[in-house]
Write a protein that binds this ligand. Sequence first.
Ligand code: AMP
Length: 434
Amino acid sequence: MSSSKKSIEKKQPKKELFLGVKGMSDILPKDADLWKYVWQVGHTTSEVHDFHYIETPIAESAGLFETTVGVATDIVEKQMYVFTTKGNDRLTLRPEGTAPVMRSYLEHHLGYFASPLKVYYYGPMFRYEKPQAGRERQFHQWGFEIIGDSDPFYDAEIIRTSIDFFRGLKCKSLIVKINSIGCRTCRASYRESLKRFYHSKKDKLCENCVNRYDKNPLRLLDCSEEGCLTLRADAPLILDYLCQTCNTHFKAVLELVEDNGIPYEMDPYLVRGLDYYNRTVFELYSTSLKSAVGGGGRYDYLAEALSGRSVPAVGVALGMERVIHVLRAEEIVPHLKPRPKIFFAAVGDQAKKASMRLMGDIRMSGVVVVEALSKKSLKSQLKAADKARVPLALILGQQEVFEGTILVRDMQSGAQESILSAKLVDEIKKRLRP
Ligand code: AMP
């Protein structure tokens, strides 16, 4: 290379690397087993409880959440990723999964499929929050929804299914915090009484709560500012305002929760941030994480806000990142059933070319095949086979390709045997049999 060429290369500016978006994380291969474990337990739990999988797109009309989640909520006021498309549609990345599922239920008349309809979903949600431990801008939720029945049986069924998810994961630190926020009628008188209580104390509330006072006074109860917490201690409690029907409903839910041996505690201040909840509201709380890992409740008014039709429903959303934190905090090691695994070594161009077809056939029989074909020599490939801790290695050279054979090496004893490559899959299955 000439010296002038060298100096041109040196002067080229270093390319700056694109980094991931703030508050949105990669799931890296080192954490894949934990995530796969959660997915596996999640799907099994959902299916044994007879929930059907549903998936909605990550973008929806912004209005879907503005009408349902409530204008006076943090999600709608501050946290949505709203954008306008080239076709002038005002969309948002979904901040939560319940409103989209109800949108889909109404759009596709899913009530004809089953009543009540039991569905589960999994996927990323987006909220423009201040990123911190346990709070991200993209996070994943696993949700269960039972749509079309107001029976307290289904409130308890949602709670039982969520707890079984954690039991399936072998988590021990989960308890349910539960409350009832009544219906339109009893909640209205509670709201008034709450406003009366806070009226003379407005100057002691934090700035956020002063704003919430008129729009959404129930939210004053879930503020974590010290001053607001102190005031809250003397606030009226919703349970004293429940009407007869809401009271009976709540008692029935609690009886079922007790019957199922689910650890729970009453939390009279639990109101949940979203507008569409009524009656039962609950959180799944991890005592080892000291944080909520999921939340849910009954949302009988959501369908009405969207379509004018009354469709009672109940559901829950579990935050997967926090579930992973619980697994780590409780030092739970994923129990994933390992697949049988073999190593494929090929030497020479012909053998390398033939290896793709042969490896593909073995893989299709359910066996994991690993290779290190970028290493040219047999010695270095076999070294990689040692590292991969496989029981069997297959060795293909020029001669074997020509003869239609392949060498099978027992990695423990080092014994090798030549077999016909046409019989390879059957032979491997025989040898890997426990
Ligand atoms: P929500 O939809 O607000 O009721 O939240 C239900 C669950 O989702 C929470 O208990 C968390 O586990 C999880 N979650 C909510 N927001 C976030 C976030 N910003 N980052 C991580 N997890 C979240």
